[in-house]
Design a protein around this ligand. Structure first.
Ligand SMILES: Cc1cc2nc3c(=O)[nH]c(=O)nc-3n(C[C@H](O)[C@H](O)[C@H](O)COP(=O)(O)OP(=O)(O)OC[C@H]3O[C@@H](n4cnc5c(N)ncnc54)[C@H](O)[C@@H]3O)c2cc1C
Length: 477
């Protein structure tokens, strides 16, 4: 675009959010997206902001850190949140979206904005950057090889790749409705505090595999017979049969990667199973908060299925990332009651995740230290997850807007989820850096807690959120 001031590479969640923030402030942007000219191994469409795996943005409650981060983004005029709110589908306490409509809405908003020019090309070298003409790299976990090499050259040996794995999706019609029951955990369609990867991490719970978003309060009520999830109940015998088949299942060959290192919050089910027979029962197959209406009792274990599209004909297996072969997925997952005749729309798989050692490379405004005008945002900047990636794009967009107007970028206060994420990324221990979800654990604690707040985690989290939103308001002001 003639007179374009900011160049953004990557039209995913982070790149689109950054472009939107800049254009909303009157700054001209050129956004480079390589699809469809050059596809990735995982994206299926040419749309911007395509969600490659789950359709969930996790908890939408203010007693959950990712719920707080989303609310902060809304208050900062986030395009991703606006599109997500417009295209949401039922998902209990979580915000899940119709992935097609979500990507369509973001694409349309970006492509029709008068100040944004979208170029469909692969960028293979880091474009020249300056404070007057900033560049934001937001090429995600599947950054193309040529650019990944450039980034490696920029940051030295600290650019890393590791494995991650995604859950299968089945056709609703192929689920045996006579065997499954519909319920949200704790009988609540909304309102339960979420157990994100974040809550599990904050609670230091083991095993680390957490349900992405399905609520996790202490037992409050029986599971209702209405709810947002389909639940496949397993007896002890069924669970053992499934477990034994899973640990014996053949794993898919892992090709071009050297190291099998998984993000703890996204472990494949077979990796969890190898940790012990009960690990799945306390992780993605935990039955707590669910009562099978046919028996009136809590099942021994449960597999939850969440609606994956607005039409309601696709359901994903919650927390069932896997890297066993497709044939083995059909055989083993059909041992789950209700899925005996399941037809798979998508199989679980292994993928690459490329990210930098952020505390070495970035400051808390997502700028590369020592490289004037160059910013890195999104998953490649060392955050984990849709919401965190979009939030980092939002903040990088604000920083770039400050630079082009001759100002100095600043980070939101560390009492906010967005500020805490920026601080973590730029200040965590670089010797053990892992991409992170937002958690209350990284937000500055409340001073002088009274007794009630010390004991009551939900009340404490709500108090942290109230302070965060007030502080964000002051920062924006
Ligand atoms: C298989 C897989 C499953 C995942 N599952 C989940 C999940 O369930 N939940 C979750 O929260 N997160 C998940 N993630 C992480 C998820 O990718 C990120 O949370 C989020 O998509 C990151 O947003 P982003 O904008 O940083 O990257 P992306 O959304 O990947 O966007 C980056 C864009 O840059 C483009 N690009 C890459 N290289 C170039 C180049 N050289 N030139 C031009 N364009 C380029 C890509 O085509 C892409 O469109 C998953 C990641 C993968 C790979």
């Amino acid at each position: 675009m003639p007179g374009s001031l900011v160049t953004i590479v990557g039209g995913g969640l982070a790149g689109c959010e950054a472009a939107w923030q800049l254009a909303s402030r009157g700054v001209r942007v050129t956004l480079h997206e390589m699809r469809p000219v050059r596809p990735t191994a995982v994206h299926r469409t040419d749309r911007l902001a395509e969600l490659v795996c789950s359709n969930s943005f996790r908890s939408d409650k203010l007693d959950n850190a990712v719920g707080l981060l989303k609310e902060e983004m809304r208050r900062l005029g986030s395009l991703v949140m606006r599109a997500a709110d417009h295209t949401r589908v039922p998902a209990g306490a979580a915000l899940a979206v119709d992935r097609e409509r979500f990507a369509e809405l973001v694409t349309q908003s970006i492509e029709t904005h008068l100040l944004i020019a979208v170029r469909r090309d692969e960028i293979t070298a880091i474009p020249p950057a300056s404070p007057a003409g900033p560049v934001i790299l937001a090429t995600g976990p599947l950054t193309s090889d040529a650019l990944a090499e450039e980034i490696a050259a920029l940051v030295g040996h600290r650019q890393l790749s590791f494995y991650d794995a995604i859950s299968p999706i089945v056709l609703a019609d192929s689920i045996d409705q006579g065997r499954v029951f519909r319920a949200s955990r704790w009988g609540r369609s909304a309102g339960a505090p979420g157990v994100g990867r974040d809550a599990a991490a904050a609670a230091g719970s083991a095993p680390a595999q957490a349900q992405p978003d399905d609520g996790g309060a202490p037992e409050l009520t029986r599971g209702a017979d209405e709810g947002d999830y389909l639940n496949c109940p397993l007896t002890e015998d069924e669970y053992r049969r499934f477990y034994e088949a899973l640990v014996a299942a053949e794993r898919a060959e892992v090709h071009d990667f050297e190291r099998a290192t998984f993000f703890e919050g996204c472990l494949p089910i077979e990796v969890l199973a190898h940790r012990g027979i009960d690990t799945l029962r306390f992780g993605p197959m935990k039955p707590v908060g669910l009562i099978d209406p046919r028996t009136g009792r809590r099942p021994y274990a449960v597999v939850q299925l969440r609606q994956d599209n607005l039409a309601g004909d696709h359901f994903s297996l919650v927390g069932f990332q896997t890297q066993i072969t497709r044939g083995e997925q059909q055989r083993v997952l059909r041992l789950i009651p209700g899925l005996e005749r399941a037809e798979f729309v998508r199989f679980g798989m292994v993928h690459r995740n490329t990210y930098i050692n952020a505390p070495v490379v970035l400051d808390d405004t997502w700028r590369v230290k020592g490289r004037e005008g160059l910013l890195i945002a999104g998953q490649v900047s060392g955050v984990e997850g849709y919401v965190e990636s979009a939030a980092s794009g939002l903040l990088a967009g604000l920083s770039a807007a400050a630079l082009v107007s001759g100002g100095t970028p600043s980070a939101p206060p560390r009492t906010t989820a967005a500020g805490a994420l920026a601080y973590y990324v730029s200040h965590a221990d670089p010797r053990h850096y892992e991409p992170t979800n937002v958690t209350f654990g990284i937000i500055e604690p409340l001073a002088g807690l009274d007794r009630r707040l010390t004991r009551d985690r939900v009340a404490r989290n709500r108090a942290l959120s109230a302070r965060a939103l007030a502080d964000l308001g002051n920062w924006v002001g």
